[in-house]
Design a protein around this ligand. Structure first.
Ligand SMILES: [Zn+2]
Length: 62
């Protein structure tokens, strides 16, 4: 008989939920050129170019 607690723990780990707020994405800020943490990631759709990514604090609306 499987233990319920261990099952949910494994499922959560496989979903990559751990430390999701501090997860460093492979996205690079279009303004400063540095990698962006998930909590700071701001995807912006750019016409003709697709998506661009910024740190939330680095993106300014013109
Ligand atoms: Zn930036």
């Amino acid at each position: 008989m499987a233990k319920k607690g261990e099952l949910s723990k494994t499922a959560r780990a496989s979903m990559g939920q751990r430390d999701d707020k501090d997860f460093l994405t492979s996205r690079v800020c279009a303004k400063c050129g540095e990698a962006i943490n998930l909590k700071e990631l701001l995807p912006v759709k750019v016409l003709g170019q697709g998506m661009a990514y910024y740190h939330k604090s680095h993106y300014t609306v013109a």
